[in-house]
Design a protein around this ligand. Structure first.
Ligand code: GLN
Length: 572
C-alpha cells in the first residue's frame, strides 16, 4: 500500500450510551486493515481517574491490560481481538491523564506565566495525545473513539479538540457519529428526532459529522435515510444502518455491506485499494455459527451479574469454541454463594471449571470449594491469576493438610502463607499503576502440559497482580503432586535473581492448570489462545463417569510443612 499522511477518524456517540462505538470502531479498523491500511484505534475517556486500574469492575467492566502494562478500558480488548494488533498506553487516554500532564507542565513552569485554561491548554494536550500515536508509528489511519455521549459536560473539551483538528487538518480528519434510532411500537415507526437533536448539539459545538451510523433494531428504510441525511447535513449513502447482530464478530461484515469503509475512504480521499481480504474472518464466523457440539463450562467469580467484568474471558471462550467447532455455554457461578452443600448441584453439567481473577476476600471460600470439586472429580480446571492462587491454597489445605493456608492478601497472619506479596510490592503505597503489569517472558517446563499446549518452551504473557506463589513451599507442593509448569526469571528489589512461579499443574489430573498470568488478554479472532483452545477441548473430552480422585493420601501422612520450611516460614 502506497504511503500517505496519517488520516484521523473520530467516532462520537449520541442519544444513549452502550450503542457499541467500540465495536463500530474495531469493525472499521478490521475493514481498513483488510484493505491494506495500517490502522490503529485509540480511546479517549472523559473521566477523571488516571486509568481504569483503580475502578471497580461494576463501574466500567473489566480492566484490560496491554503488552506495555497499561491498565485500560475494555474497548481496547475489542480493538485487539478484531485487529490482532497490540495496543499500548498511548491508545487509552483519560481526562485524568490529560489534566495530570497539564498540571505537571504548569508546575514545571512550561506555560511561562500564562493562565492555564481548558482552551487552549487542555485541548492542546488532547490534540497532542492524538498526534502522539501517529508519531513514529507510520499509521495510515488512526481511529479515535471519544467515550461518553455528545452533550455531556465531560465531553466538551474533546469535541472542541476534534473541532480544532478538523480546522487544522481539513481533509485528513473526519467524524463518524453513532446514534440510536428507536422504534416506537405504538406508532409503528422508527424515530429520527433524537438523532437530529444529537447532531444539532454537535453543530452547536462546531462539529459536523461526515457519516452517521444509526443503531437500530429494525431496518432503516430509504425514506428514513433521506430524512437523516437532510436534517443532519450528510449524503444519504453516509447514513449507515447498524442493526443488532447475532454476535459482535458479524459487525465488520455488516459494515462492509453498508459500505462504511468505502465512504470513509472516499471522504479521506484514500484509494479503495484491493478488495478487503476477509477470508479468515468469514471462516471463523462459519465455525462459530455452525458448531457440531456444545459444552457447558462454569465461570466461578464474584462479578457474575455483570458480564463485562469478564469480557476477555468470555470472548476467549467464544474464539476457542470456534476452533473446536463447539459452542461453549458459560455458566456464571457466584463464588460468594457457593458452598460444599450446593457445589455438586450448582456445577452439575459443567464439563470445565474456570476460576476467575480478582482481588480481596469476598467470594474466596466459594472459589476454593469449586477448585476442590474440580480436583476431586477430575473436571478440567483453569485458574487465572487469583484463580491460580486459590488452586495453590486449596491444594495446601486439602492435600498437604495445612489448615488455614492462605494468601497474605486474605489473611496477613496465616501460618502457611503459600501465596505472599511480591518482594518489590512490599513498600508500595499508591494503588494506581503499581502492580506487576504487562508482558513478561515465561519458560515452560519440558514435561509440562502447558509446553505441549503452546507447542514451544518460551512464551510471553500479560500480568496484573501483587501476590505470587511462595517459593519456600515449592518442594512440598511438588512432592505432593502439584508441579511448577512455568517460571519467569526476575530480579528482586535488592538486585538478587528470583524465579517466579507463573504456572502450576497437577499432572495426575486430566487437566488442572493454574496460571498467574492472563491468557484471555491475548486471545484474538486470528489467534485464539492455545490455552483456552486446549481447555475447551479437555472439557469436550471430559467423561463425567471417570473414577474420582482418591481421598487425599498426603492429607493423612502430612499434616505440617517440612521442618525446614516451617522454620524458614517463622523467620519471615
Ligand atoms: N489479587 C491477586 C493479586 O494481586 C490476584 C490478582 C488478579 O487476579 N488479577 O496478586
Amino acid at each position: 500500500m502506497q504511503k500517505h499522511k496519517t488520516k484521523f477518524i473520530f467516532v462520537t456517540g449520541g442519544v444513549a450510551s452502550s450503542l457499541g462505538k467500540g465495536i463500530i470502531s474495531a469493525s472499521l479498523a478490521r475493514l481498513l486493515l483488510s484493505r491494506g491500511y495500517k490502522t490503529t484505534i485509540q480511546k479517549l475517556d472523559p473521566y477523571i481517574n488516571i486509568d481504569p486500574g483503580t475502578l471497580n469492575p461494576y463501574e466500567h467492566g473489566e480492566c484490560y491490560v496491554t503488552e506495555d502494562g497499561a491498565e485500560t478500558d475494555l474497548d481496547l480488548g475489542h480493538y485487539e481481538r478484531f485487529t490482532n494488533v497490540p495496543t499500548s498506553q498511548a491508545n487509552n487516554v483519560t481526562t485524568g491523564r490529560i489534566y495530570q500532564s497539564v498540571i505537571e507542565k504548569e508546575r514545571r513552569g512550561d506555560y511561562l506565566g500564562s493562565t492555564v485554561q481548558v482552551i487552549p491548554h487542555v485541548t492542546d494536550e488532547i490534540k497532542r495525545r492524538v498526534r502522539l500515536l501517529a508519531e513514529g508509528n507510520n499509521f495510515d489511519v488512526i481511529i479515535t473513539e471519544i467515550g461518553g455521549t455528545v452533550g455531556d459536560i465531560e465531553s466538551l473539551p474533546y469535541i472542541e479538540a476534534v473541532r480544532q483538528l478538523t480546522w487544522e487538518m481539513g481533509d485528513d480528519v473526519m467524524v463518524i457519529h453513532l446514534t440510536y434510532v428507536p422504534y416506537l411500537a405504538a406508532a409503528g415507526e422508527l424515530k429520527t428526532k433524537p438523532t437530529q437533536h444529537s447532531v444539532k448539539t454537535m453543530l452547536e459545538q462546531g462539529l459536523q459529522p461526515d457519516i452517521i451510523v444509526c443503531r437500530t433494531e429494525h431496518p432503516i428504510s430509504k425514506g428514513i435515510r433521506a430524512k437523516v441525511a437532510l436534517f443532519c447535513n450528510v449524503r444519504p449513502e453516509c447514513v449507515i444502518e447498524s442493526r443488532d447482530a447475532k454476535n459482535i464478530y458479524e459487525v465488520p461484515l455488516m459494515m462492509q455491506k453498508e459500505g462504511l469503509d468505502k465512504q470513509v475512504l472516499k471522504i479521506l480521499k484514500l484509494p479503495y485499494g484491493g478488495r478487503p481480504d476477509l477470508t479468515n474472518w468469514r471462516s471463523f464466523l462459519r465455525k462459530l455459527e455452525h458448531p457440531r457440539t456444545e459444552v457447558q463450562i462454569a465461570l466461578v467469580g464474584k462479578y457474575v451479574e455483570l458480564k463485562d467484568a469478564y469480557k476477555s474471558i468470555l470472548e476467549a471462550f467464544l474464539q476457542a469454541g470456534a476452533v473446536n467447532l463447539c459452542k461453549v455455554r458459560v455458566k456464571m457461578v457466584q463464588s460468594e454463594h457457593l458452598t460444599q452443600a450446593d457445589v455438586a448441584e450448582k456445577l452439575a453439567g459443567c464439563r470445565g471449571i474456570l476460576v476467575a481473577p480478582g482481588f480481596g476476600n469476598r467470594g474466596i471460600e466459594g472459589k476454593l470449594v469449586a477448585i476442590e470439586y474440580a480436583r476431586r472429580n477430575r473436571v478440567p480446571f483453569l485458574g487465572i491469576c487469583l484463580g491460580m492462587q486459590c488452586s495453590v491454597i486449596e491444594f495446601a489445605r486439602n492435600v498437604l493438610g495445612w489448615k488455614g493456608a492462605n494468601s497474605t492478601e486474605m489473611d496477613a497472619k496465616t501460618k502457611y502463607p503459600v501465596i505472599h506479596i511480591m518482594d518489590n510490592q512490599k513498600n508500595i503505597r499508591n494503588m494506581g499503576g503499581t502492580m506487576r503489569l504487562g508482558a513478561y517472558p515465561c519458560t515452560l517446563e519440558n514435561t509440562s502440559r502447558l509446553r505441549s499446549v503452546y507447542g514451544r518452551k518460551d512464551i510471553s504473557e500479560r500480568h496484573r497482580h501483587r501476590y505470587e506463589f511462595n517459593n519456600l513451599y515449592l518442594k512440598d507442593f511438588e512432592k505432593a503432586g502439584m508441579k511448577v509448569a512455568g517460571t519467569n526469571k526476575g530480579v528482586s528489589d535488592s538486585g538478587k535473581p528470583v524465579t517466579r512461579v507463573e504456572a502450576v499443574e497437577i499432572p495426575a489430573h486430566p487437566f488442572f492448570v493454574g496460571v498467574q498470568y492472563h491468557p484471555e488478554y491475548k486471545s484474538t479472532v486470528e489467534n485464539p489462545h492455545p490455552l483456552f483452545v486446549a481447555f475447551v477441548k479437555a472439557a469436550m473430552e471430559f467423561d463425567a463417569g471417570q473414577p474420582k480422585a482418591a481421598p487425599e493420601v498426603a492429607e493423612k501422612k502430612k499434616k505440617t510443612a517440612s521442618k525446614s520450611t516451617k522454620s524458614q516460614a517463622r523467620k519471615r
